[in-house]
Every structure is written in C-alpha cells, then in structure tokens.
Design a protein. Structure first.
Length: 509
C-alpha cells in the first residue's frame, strides 16, 4: 500500500510539473493561506491559516510555477498589507505571492454574513424552513448589491490585473460559494487582454435541485448561474451535485443548452464542463500528527474520561444546523431506551467547534444542541456515569486523539459537501471503529461500501445503526475499517488535485 501510494504521488508530481511548465497559477478564495499581524514597531508577521489539506495541496503547486493566492483581507494586518504583495516561503523552490482585496466592514458583512452565510449556505444545504424563512427584504438586497456583487467584482478586477502582469497564460482556481459571480466579471475584463486563460471553479458544498433554487429571486439566481457558466471547468463533490447543477441551468437559465451525458452546459457561446472531484485529506500530515506526543497526551486524557469498560460513540463537528447534532443526541437517547444493556457501558463524546456565532441561526442552534445533550444526561445519567460529554472549542490535536479511540463515529449531516471527519477517522482509528454515515454527506459516494448508511432525519434508523456498530462482530468491523482506510489513502488530497489537472488536460483547456 505504501509503495502504491508513493508511486501515485510521484505520478501526480510529474503531472503538476508538466501542466504548469507553460502556465502561471492564481488561487482565489475568501480566506487566504496566511493571516497577517503587525508588531509594535510596525513589522509584519504571519501565521498559517486554517484550511488543512486544501491549503497544503494548493500551496504544493507553488513549487512548479509562479503562483498567487488572492483572498479577502481578514485581519487588521491583512488590510494594512493591502498596499502591496508579499511572498510566503513554501517547501520547494518557489514561493507563493499573497494579495488581498479589501472592502469596508459594511460591504464585507453583507457579502459574508448576509448573502454567503446564511442565505446561500442554508439554501445549498436545504436548510431553510421555507414557509417562514428566508426573509428576503430590503436589507438582503442591499447586502447583495453593496456587498456580494462588489466583492466579486473586486476579486475579478484583482485577478485580471494579475493575469495582465503575467508573461504566460494562467490557470485561475476559484474556490466555493463566495465567488459565484467572479467568473463572468472576469470574462468581461479579459475581452480587452486577448490572452487565453483557463477558469476552474470548485464548489465545496452541496448543490440542491432546481426546485430549491427557486427560493432565490430570479435576478440573484440568474446572476449566480450566469457567473458559474462563464468558467471552463466546474467541479463538485459528487455526481449528484453536478447533475443538479445541470438541471438547475436547464430550468432557470434561459437560452442554456445542456448535455447530461457529456456533462456540459452551452451558454453565451461558451462551454462549461461539469465534473465531480471528491475532495479528501492530507493523509501523510494527518498520520504524522496522530503519531505526535501532543496527540498521545490528549488520547490518554480521553481514555481516562471514557473509562476502561466503556465503548465510545464520537462526533466531531462545527456547531451549525446542517450537521444535525441534535438528532444525533436524540438517536443516542433512542438507542439507550431500546437497548438498555448499553446504559452505563457507552459514552457519547461530542467535540464541537463554535461556528459563525455572529449569525443568529447558529447562536440559536448552539443553545438547542446543548439542551438536547443535557436532556439525555438528566434522563439516564448518575453519579457514576455521564452519558454525553461535550467538549467545545477548536483543538485539532485533541480531535485526532479522539478519532483514534472511537468504537462508532457518527456523521449524520442533513447535507454536507464532503465531511472530511468521515475520512480522517478511518485513517487514524486504532479500534476498527465503525462509521455511521449520512446518505446525504458527500463522503457517502466513496465510503458507502465500508460504512453503515443512515437517513439523517430518521432517528430510529440512526439508533439501530449505532447499536449495530457497537455490537458488530470483530471480523466485520476489521473488514469495514480496512476498506475505508484503503479508500481514503488511495484517494487523498493529492488525487483530488491531480484529477482536476488531468481533466483540464483531457479537455485541452
């Protein structure tokens, strides 16, 4: 397995070197690979931004070409540094240049906290309670017209300036739902340059069917589809997401011509190729962290918390409604009632990272899930057994330690682009733990053969799956765990990246 993995990585490196022999690279995302700060004497310092394997994989391209990462300014240091560029050293011979786009606090708030989150995020995760929300009013339109649209225009302008400065054609890799309009704005700016550049846009979150997109006003919906149909290659996590995008164009984008068999949308004299590229994890970096002394110390703490005779059900999630945390606790409650032999013998450890607490819906959901856990503890707990233990806060080393010792890993998202926890767990787990996985998580497409698949809204089914996971024969547990681990190791973050480059080469883009 190791030799095969090394051979695959070597082929991927060769592909990257060949692909970028005559191209520059621009990565555009809301967040950059680093965050800047300033010292008292006015010097700039930086630290690596969160982003895990994605940042590592994209930064890895920098050793093959001249690369620039364009992002929204997040910190005061980012805004101050906006007066120029900076080169960040990366492993390899080359460096990456970071450029920031700066907007007013009001514009960024509208772009990020009103339109991107929650409007688009909730829509794409099918989370809106349509009879009651969303309420698209004057403030929403102001956030669109004075926040989301101008930020996308600013990204496009900055990218166009960078491509104009480049001596060679450029591959532009746009990331996610924050930049849906940037592709069309770029096309308009490029008409004056005359150089052939390639636009790739990868969407990390689900894409629902055309019925759900009808929630948006026609002008917003058209602008999003128009922007995405300006790119050359549009990537999604799953085949279903790509098909839903084509269906959405067929339904809501006038004059678009679609081809389902070949995965194409023809619109405004331009072909957009639609493909799925399931994203994954940096397996090597994860294994290295899992073997560290820091993780070993956290693992000892967690094992002491569980107790020697208890099995462990684990979930690791951000505290957002799409993760379906409340129903997970309800399913655990149901399991304890249906199978009382688990009472006192199983602990449910939930490691939760607060997310977007500036958004009202997220604040409310955090309160709701805390109450749900409290009800389980009040119903079943006692002086010698705490059924649910909550650990709130961002601590990746602690999370990896917990992943090593679970007996059942619960990933029951209502909708998820991928859910990388479902891939991290099988790689580092040392108990042949069983993955209980939602059929609406993007990881289901790859991991179904080794997981127990559940319907996320079915509490009873989830309870039965948890019971089965905890009582599964050892041989079946080992077979499933081995299959999951091999799948993730063979289809890691490098494979995700190289599959996109191979497709660009195949399509002659």
């Amino acid at each position: 397995m190791v030799d095969a993995e090394n051979h695959s990585h070597q082929r991927c490196k060769e592909l990257q070197a060949e692909f970028f022999a005559n191209r520059d690279l621009i990565i555009a995302a809301n967040r950059g690979p680093v965050v800047f700060d300033t010292t008292e004497d006015g010097q700039f310092t930086w630290q690596r931004n969160a982003g895990g394997g994605l940042v590592t994989a994209l930064l890895g391209l920098c050793q093959y070409t001249h690369a620039t990462w364009i992002a929204s300014a997040q910190s005061k240091g980012d805004h101050l540094w906006n007066c120029g560029d900076v080169s960040i050293s990366n492993s390899g011979d080359n460096t990456i240049r970071v450029r920031f786009v700066s907007a007013s606090a009001e514009a960024y708030h509208g772009y990020y906290n009103v339109i991107a989150n929650p409007l688009l995020w909730f829509l794409q995760h099918s989370m809106w309670d349509v009879p009651r929300s969303p309420l698209i009013n004057r403030e929403t339109w102001q956030a669109w017209e004075e926040g989301y649209v101008p930020l996308n225009q600013l990204f496009a302008k900055t990218i166009a300036q960078q491509t104009q400065e480049a001596a060679r054609p450029t591959l532009i890799m746009l990331q996610d739902y924050h930049l849906y309009l940037a592709g069309r704005f770029l096309r308009k700016l490029w008409t004056k340059q005359g150089r052939r550049n390639t636009l790739l846009h990868f969407i990390h979150i689900p894409w629902p069917g055309p019925e759900y997109w009808s929630i948006l006003p026609p002008a917003m919906r058209w602008a999003i589809l128009d922007g995405l149909c300006a790119v050359d290659l549009l990537g999604f996590q799953t085949r279903a997401d790509g098909l839903n995008f084509i269906r959405t164009c067929e339904t809501h984008l006038p004059h678009a011509h679609v081809n389902y068999r070949n995965g194409r949308v023809w619109y405004r004299h331009h072909t957009t190729h639609v493909r799925d590229f399931p994203i994954s994890i940096d397996v090597g970096a994860l294994k290295e962290l899992a073997a560290s002394e820091e993780v070993a110390e956290y693992r000892q703490e967690i094992e002491n918390t569980i107790g020697g005779n208890c099995q462990l059900i684990l979930r690791i999630d951000r505290t957002e409604p799409s993760k379906n945390i409340v129903r997970g606790f309800q399913a655990y409650d149901e399991m304890l009632e249906l199978y009382p032999e688990h009472q006192g013998q199983v602990k449910f450890l939930a490691i939760l990272v607060p997310s977007r607490q500036e958004v009202d819906e997220y604040q409310s959901y955090l309160d709701e899930l805390m109450a749900a856990a409290g009800r389980v503890n009040a119903k079943y707990g006692g002086s010698d057994w705490e059924p649910v233990r909550l650990l709130v806060g961002e601590n990746y080393a602690r999370a990896v330690a917990a992943l090593q010792v679970y007996d059942a890993l619960l990933v029951n998202a209502i909708a998820d682009g991928m859910n990388l926890v479902a891939k991290e767990g099988p790689v580092v787990n040392q108990r042949n733990g069983v993955l209980v996985l939602s059929e609406r998580a993007g990881a289901q497409q790859q991991l179904e053969p080794g997981a127990l698949i559940i319907s996320p809204c079915d509490v009873y089914d989830t309870a039965q799956a948890l019971h089965r996971a905890l009582t599964m024969p050892a041989a079946e547990r080992e077979d499933r765990a081995t299959h999951l681990r091999q799948t993730v190791e063979e289809e890691d973050i490098m494979a995700w990246l190289c599959n996109q480059l191979q497709m660009l080469t195949y399509l002659n883009l």
